[in-house]
Design a protein around this ligand. Structure first.
Ligand code: PAF
Length: 276
């Protein structure tokens, strides 16, 4: 496995790799969810590249950026173990060279939910992903369902611009249901135990839908009722939206995304399940 940092080193390393090339874009502090993305890319592509870059432009809050966890040595060990051929760890100037003046934005899909809570977030995500795709030129890029809105926003961008194929990969969960996330490291032991309520709430909503409930309000209420049994959970939103447009639903008659954002102390977690 080769590790490169500058764009020039990357270009040389990429020229030696066979095609198709799969890219797994990450912000590091890798966990079993990332390992599953790399493993899937390994199965489907002749070569696999991973990028590790904590992208300052997608953080609305500088304090959140400052405390984002970092661990290069353990990240590289995970990449090697999962079968990556190349890891790109650029500095800020490698991604945004001096004079960089481009913003890539997706419109309607990026407005609700995480977009409403973090106004500059998705423009930061789509801009950095466009740069990663432009420099690495992958044939396929692998993203987890866990960041459901991000996945849809990036998928819209690549369809609109005609670049790269997006592969959607299932959320990886702890035995108690908590979706793996680099942010889980910030949870206190008490909040970590309490955070299992997120999956229980989403699964209760999905069970109601599977049982025939079609009222979106009723399903959202079931999720909120389960969440309310956990005093440590401070609910930001519970959404039941059209799976393609992310517009809130009244009646669930087509594929839908049931998603939530909940704070435990200073840590804000998101999760989702698809219905239908
Ligand atoms: O999901 C992430 O880790 C980041 O948002 C991404 C896609 C790597 C862009 O920085």
């Amino acid at each position: 496995m080769e590790v490169v940092r500058s764009r020039e080193e990357l270009r040389r390393a990429l020229a030696a790799l066979p095609r198709p090339l799969g890219l797994v874009p990450t912000m590091g502090w890798l966990h079993a969810g990332h390992r599953s993305l790399i493993a899937q890319a390994r199965e489907e592509c002749a070569a696999v590249a991973v990028s590790i870059f904590v992208n300052p432009r997608q953080f609305d809050d500088p304090a959140d950026l400052a405390r984002y966890p970092r661990g290069e040595a353990t990240d590289l060990a995970l990449c090697a173990g999962a079968g990556a051929d190349l890891v790109w760890i650029p500095g800020v100037d490698d991604v945004y060279p001096p004079g960089f003046d481009t913003l890539v934005t997706v419109e309607r899909l990026a407005w609700p939910l995480e977009g409403a809570a973090r106004p500059h977030h998705f423009a930061g995500v789509t801009t950095v992903v466009a740069v990663l795709f432009g420099v690495v030129r992958p044939d396929r890029a692998y993203f987890g369902e866990k960041d459901g809105q991000q996945l849809r926003v990036i998928d819209r961008m690549v369809r609109d611009l005609g670049i790269t194929e997006i592969i959607r990969c299932p959320t990886v969960r702890e035995p108690d249901g908590l979706a793996l996330s680099s942010r889980n490291v910030h949870l206190s032991p008490e909040d970590r135990a309490a955070a299992a309520i997120l999956a229980r709430a989403l699964f209760a909503g999905r069970a109601a839908h599977d049982g025939g409930e079609r009222s979106a309000d009723a399903i959202r209420a079931i999720v909120r009722t389960v969440l309310s049994t956990e005093a440590r959970a401070d609910v930001d939103y519970v959404s039941l939206a059209d799976d393609a447009t992310l517009e809130e639903l009244t009646v669930v008659e087509r594929p839908a995304l049931l998603s939530l954002a909940v704070r435990f102390g200073t840590t804000r977690l998101i999760d989702n399940v698809r219905l239908g």
